[in-house]
Structures are given as C-alpha cells and as structure tokens.
Design a protein around this ligand. Structure first.
Ligand code: ZN
Length: 455
C-alpha cells in the first residue's frame, strides 16, 4: 500500500525502487574495491621499493648466526628483534617466557674404515644420543626404504643401518630421518644413518629433528651427504664388507628459558579481534637459518612496519609473532595457544617455506570467508601471479588451528630449491633473493591488511 502511494507520488515502479537500491549497493561495493585498489598499490609500491628489510635479515643472520633452541645465539637474536620492534614503534611489544628443549651437538665424525679409510660428510640428527666414548665401529647394511628393512630384518643385528632413499618429496624422504633409528634399533641395529633429506648432491649433509620410540633401545642417528650415502651403497651392493666408525658427543641438557616475541598494530574498529602472523625465530645449529626461518619472521616484521609507516590502521589487531622452537619441539606454538587461545583470533598465519617468488596464499577456514577473500586475488597481481587457494597451515600455528582458528600460509615457487639449503650450513642470507624477499613482504602486508577488512 505504502509503495503504491509512493508510486503514485513519485511515479516509480516497485522494480525501479529495488533496482535503484541495488545499484546504490553496487556503487558502494565498487567504490570500496576502488579504495582497496588504491591502498593495495601503496602497500605494494612501498614493499617493492624497500631496502631496510633484507638488511635486517642479513644483520640478524650474520650477527647472531645459527639459533638452535636452548642456545645463547637464539636468545640474543630474540632480544635484538624485541628492541627492533620497540624502535619501530609497534604496540604491545613483549617477550613471553617459553621453556625449550636444549640439545647440543658436540664433536662428531664418521669414517669408512673398510674397504679403505675415508672421512665421510656427516651431521648428527637433532635429538640423537651420543655414541659411547670410543665410538661405534660396525659393518653397515644399506636399505632404500622400510620395506627392505622389514624383509631383511634378521640381517640387521649388530650393524649400522643406512637408509639411502632418494628424495622425491619432503614428506616421503623425511620419515627415515624422523623414525629410522627406532625402526632399525627394533632389529638390533647399533646406529642409524640416513641419506640427507635433499634433492641435490653437493656433498653437504643436512640435519633435522629425529625421535625415539620409548619401548625401543636408543641408538645414535646421523645423516650422510648424498654422495657419501651413494658411495657406501655402491660398495655394499657389490657384496664387499663396508665397516664404518661413528663418533658423536650429542647430549640433551635440561630445558632452557627462551621466548615468543610479539608486537602489534592495534585494530581500529575491532581491536579485540586478533590476526596473529609470523614465523619461527629458531633454526638448526648450522648455517644461519636465513631461509628457515629468519625470512619468515623478518618478512612478517617488515610487513607490519610498512603498514605502520603508510599510516594504514587495520580494522582488526595485527600481531606479528616470532614463535620459538619450531624445529625441535613446537614449544612456542603450544605456549602461544595456551596463553592466547582464549583471545578472539580471526586468523593465524605462518610463513615458513622459504623466500622465492610468491605464488599462493593458502587459506583453511569457512568457505564463505574463503570466497570473499578470493575476490581480492586481482589486487595481488602487481606483485606476482599469486593465487588464493584452499589449504594452508604450519607447525607453529598448528596448536591454534586445533582450537578451530582459520589459518593461512604463504607458498613460494621454489622449484625444489628450498631443500637444497634446508637445515644445512648453506642456509645463509646470500640464498635469499632481495627482490623475492620484497615480494614476500608485499604479499604478507597486503593479505594481512585485506583480511583485517573482512567482516
Ligand atoms: Zn622452518
């Protein structure tokens, strides 16, 4: 009736009224999108022209070096990053105490003694026990995979087992590092060696975490360079007797105090809603953990700095987090979820896949949010051809994800190169391309800002 009156008065049809209100909403929507386009261009321009970020990454790696949990290096690096956050002027900058495992490598070596003497390129696996003081001298038996071990389990007793499985992908290759020792010890092996988890052979061994099954005797575990693993395999497969001597001083000390670090840009309209994003501050005790994961924490810090310097105030609170102890315990991630799990989090984001050209932002959460966020995909194309995809996650944010918090991660197009350097002495700042680094900062800054705009 009212409409009829209006129609009479204004000469408008019902359809016309609906159409005009629809087009008003559309104009609002497109002007919002235009505004986002403008802000996006500003963010991308600032990030791609940035020169401070890469220098900060290199400074951290060169000054503090490798940053294994429990080490002084790590705590010094975290305290330095804390003062950097303060200097930049982030809000609520704080260190939160976390007790972390403290494994130390000590001296170690491995040599072939039969059929001839040769020192092998080796590195102990994180968490391994030591050998006895006199070392272990034993014949070696070589397997490619666990199936071969199971089929030949009666031949294992008293021997050093070498798993020489080639790298197809990380998930397939890493299982020998993680559980090879206990699998071999079950049949009486005295030590476990693996082929380093890497697709490239440059005669460099790669370390990483391993674990023991409680019910099985613990034996020392180490990785050989791909070349030396292949050398042993060739001699072994000819039926020759190969004897190795392994010496390791590795030791697990009592847990040590370390810290999660965080700093914020408080939200404008919804400050109580948190978007926590970052990477992990620790690394292995070789190289300087430039890719894994100084690049994750420093790109995140720079992303927040750029938003701050541009005067962009997000709707929700953006919290940059340096989680500690991802490599051998995830204590930082667990501690964060315990302390902050009750705060309202809209998102947890992790970057821990190495700096290369960004290619995918992966999101794990409600489809409705994914579909809305996917609409922003065109805004990222000035950085690189970046897709917004389903999936996403990370070790540090795992405990928050298990509380049901949506997660996001950044994937880069590494073409297999990440595992050339991963957990080895070659993971140093020269492996981090400055342009790719800036592109990753741009991607993180833009995705954090746009996500804070989501209803
Ligand atoms: Zn990592």
């Amino acid at each position: 009736m009212l409409i009829l009156v209006f129609r009479f008065i204004l000469g408008l049809s019902v359809l016309e009224i609906i159409l005009s209100s629809l087009s008003l909403a559309q104009t609002e929507k497109s002007s919002k999108m235009e505004n986002y386009e403008k802000i996006s261009k500003k963010i991308i321009e600032a990030a791609l022209n940035d020169s401070v970020g890469w220098e900060r990454l290199a400074y951290m790696c060169d000054t503090y070096g490798s940053r294994l949990a429990g080490s002084e290096n790590l705590n010094n690096a975290i305290k330095w990053a804390y003062s950097e956050m303060k200097k930049i002027g982030f809000e609520n900058v704080k260190l939160e105490e976390v007790m972390v495992p403290h494994w130390v490598r000590g001296n170690e070596f491995c040599e072939m003694t039969l059929p001839r003497k040769q020192k092998l390129e080796m590195i102990g696996l994180g968490g391994s026990i030591a050998t006895p003081k006199e070392g272990i001298t034993a014949p070696v038996i070589v397997f490619h995979d666990f199936d071969e071990l199971e089929k030949n389990s009666k031949d294992v007793k008293g021997k050093i087992v070498l798993f020489n499985e080639r790298f197809k992908n990380y998930g397939q290759a890493v299982q020998y590092r993680v559980s090879g020792a206990s699998r071999a010890a079950r049949y009486g092996a005295v030590a476990c060696l693996i082929r380093s988890v890497t697709p490239i052979a440059m005669n460099i061994p790669h370390t990483g975490v391993m674990g023991y099954e409680d019910s099985i005797p613990k034996i020392p575990a180490a990785a050989l360079s791909p070349e030396d693993a292949s050398l042993i395999e060739r001699i072994h497969d000819r039926g020759q007797n190969v004897v190795l001597h392994l010496y390791m001083e590795a030791e697990t000390l009592p847990d040590t105090l370390s810290y999660n670090l965080m700093g914020e840009l408080r939200g404008k309209t919804n400050p109580e809603e948190i978007i926590a994003f970052g990477g992990h501050s620790d690394s292995w005790d070789v190289g300087s953990g430039a890719q894994d994961d100084a690049s994750g924490v420093i790109t995140s810090l720079e992303a927040l700095r750029i938003l701050k310097e541009l005067g962009i105030q997000p709707n929700k609170t953006l919290r940059c987090v340096f989680w500690v102890n991802e490599e051998n315990g995830t204590r930082g991630g667990i501690n964060y979820a315990e302390r902050h799990g009750k705060e309202k989090h809209s998102l947890v984001f992790e970057f821990d896949s190495g700096v290369f050209p960004p290619e995918g932002i992966r999101y794990k959460g409600p489809d409705s949010i994914f579909n809305d966020f996917k609409k922003f995909e065109p805004l990222f194309q000035d950085i690189d051809s970046i897709k917004i995809l389903k999936g996403g996650g990370g070790t540090d944010i795992g405990p928050m994800m298990r509380l049901g918090i949506p997660a996001m991660s950044l994937n880069t197009s590494d073409k297999g190169k990440y595992f050339w350097y991963h957990h080895s002495k070659t993971d140093t700042p020269d492996k981090v391309d400055p342009l790719d680094f800036r592109k990753c900062i741009a991607t993180i800054a833009l995705s954090m800002f746009l996500y804070s705009e989501m209803p």
